[in-house]
Design a protein around this ligand. Structure first.
Ligand code: DOR
Ligand code: ZN
Ligand code: ZN
Length: 420
């Protein structure tokens, strides 16, 4: 197959990309015709996008999402590889669930799906899960996502065991005793709405703890979905003194603020909560200066039944796979915070490097995972059109730029936008 006459992120000019046997055979110009060709005119080629933080809900919550529906949403969003969090039912805390996810992923055959194992059995915070067995079955990281491991001692042990097996802990940072039932950011809008607020320290205290552990133990740690200005600063300072910390954020934290909760739209309910403008700006700054290494969706699909309830009772989460690239490109690149090459780094190269995954680079000899995007196409987000089962997005009606046209995995076209 040849992708003909396409722009490539980070390079001047237009190229032909020849794909053979699932790898990128050649990048050149005027390459001989192939039996299958993609017309790349008007498109930009990225190394396949990688999302290292998604929730697929299977097994156990198939009403919200399945491995198949989540994978369809992923390739529609331009992702060739995703990593799924273990807060399923049963929890992915053993090799059987890890193997099940891999088996379903292979049957579905769309994008690469890499399971993340739980840190503790049942995510109950008591006993470490079977880390070695999960690694052997194909887990690529460990996380207690949805909560933190409350016991600092247990978390220290988890980091040491994880490191023995070559895995990293991805830390959802939340001190439950400080959150104490809060559902939004504590501030002007929590007062205005009467919704219970959660202070930044609920997130920051845990970010600080994980940094302390990483520093003392000399081990790596990854901080999930950073949302506070103070959390960004903690990570920046830790990196400056050489702590092995990496971090991610999500499009909603650099696109929205807690002003959005004034609508009482439960699609704005997410954990950690949308913060204030100074936090949003700090997240953008963190992306710019490299404090925040990558962009993930924290794709958290929910059924309407879990969202069409009073704000206090609604589930936390945003369905993000189908809007992540366009939001990031529109908010960060078009508004001048990042270059296109930096965005490709945040959405592909960095997550591959953090987890040691294949891909993340568009180069001769590399795996043929590609995303082809029309950067100039403007479109309006309509959650009803999502192929994800989760239509829960606060971005409905927003106009964005950047439309995924093709998603190619191991040299096979797994998604092609249907022309109207
Ligand atoms: O908003 C969220 N939703 N944050 C999390 O940490 C978990 C996630 C979920 O599983 O729904
Ligand atoms: Zn989380
Ligand atoms: Zn999550």
């Amino acid at each position: 197959m040849i992708v003909r006459d396409v722009e490539i992120v980070g390079r001047e000019g237009r190229y032909d990309i020849e794909i053979q046997g699932g790898r990128i055979a050649r990048i050149g110009s005027g390459l001989p015709a192939a039996s299958k060709e993609i017309d790349g005119r008007g498109l930009t080629a990225f190394a396949g996008l990688i999302d290292m933080h998604v929730h697929l809900r299977e097994p156990g919550f198939e009403k919200k999402e399945t491995i198949e529906s989540g994978a369809r949403a992923a390739v529609r969003g331009g992702f060739t590889q995703i990593c799924c969090m273990p807060n399923t039912k049963p929890v992915c805390d053993n090799k059987v669930v890890v193997s099940y996810i891999k088996m379903r992923a292979a049957e579905v055959g769309l994008c690469k799906i890499r399971p993340i194992g739980a840190i503790t059995e049942g995510q109950e915070g008591k006993n470490l899960a079977a880390i070695g067995a999960m690694k052997a079955a194909g887990a690529v990281a460990l996380s207690e996502d949805g909560k933190s491991v409350a016991s600092t001692g247990l978390m220290a042990n988890a980091m040491m065991y994880a490191s023995d097996f070559g895995l990293k802990c991805l830390c959802h940072c939340e001190d439950a005793s400080l959150v104490d039932g809060g559902v939004v950011n504590d501030g002007y809008y929590s007062t205005l709405t009467g919704l219970k607020g959660s202070i930044r320290a609920a997130e920051d205290a845990m970010i600080a703890r994980e940094i302390c552990l990483a520093e003392s133990l000399g081990l790596p740690v990854h901080i999930c979905h950073v949302s506070t200005y103070s959390g960004v600063q903690l990570i920046r300072e830790a990196k400056a003194r050489g702590v092995r910390v990496t971090a991610e954020t999500c499009p909603h934290y650099f696109t929205l603020t807690d002003a959005a909760i004034a609508s009482f739209d439960t699609n704005t309910k997410v954990n950690p909560p949308l913060r204030e403008e100074k936090d949003r700006r700090a997240v953008v700054e963190g992306l710019k200066d490299g404090t925040i290494d990558c962009i993930v969706t924290d794709h958290a699909p929910h059924h309407a039944d879990d969202k069409n309830v009073e704000y206090n009772f609604a589930a936390f989460g945003i369905s993000g796979l189908e809007t992540s690239f366009a939001l990031s490109y529109t908010k960060l690149v078009r508004e001048g915070a990042l270059t296109l090459a930096q965005l490709a780094e945040k959405m592909s190269t960095a997550p591959a490097a953090i987890l040691g995954l294949e891909g993340g680079k568009l180069e001769e000899g590399g795996v043929a995972d590609l995303t082809l995007i029309d950067l100039n196409e403007k479109w309006k987000i309509d959650p009803a059109q999502f192929v994800s089962k989760g239509k829960n997005s606060p971005f409905g009606g927003m106009e964005v730029y950047g439309r995924v046209k093709y998603t190619v995995v191991d040299g096979d076209i797994k998604y092609e936008e249907k022309r109207a």
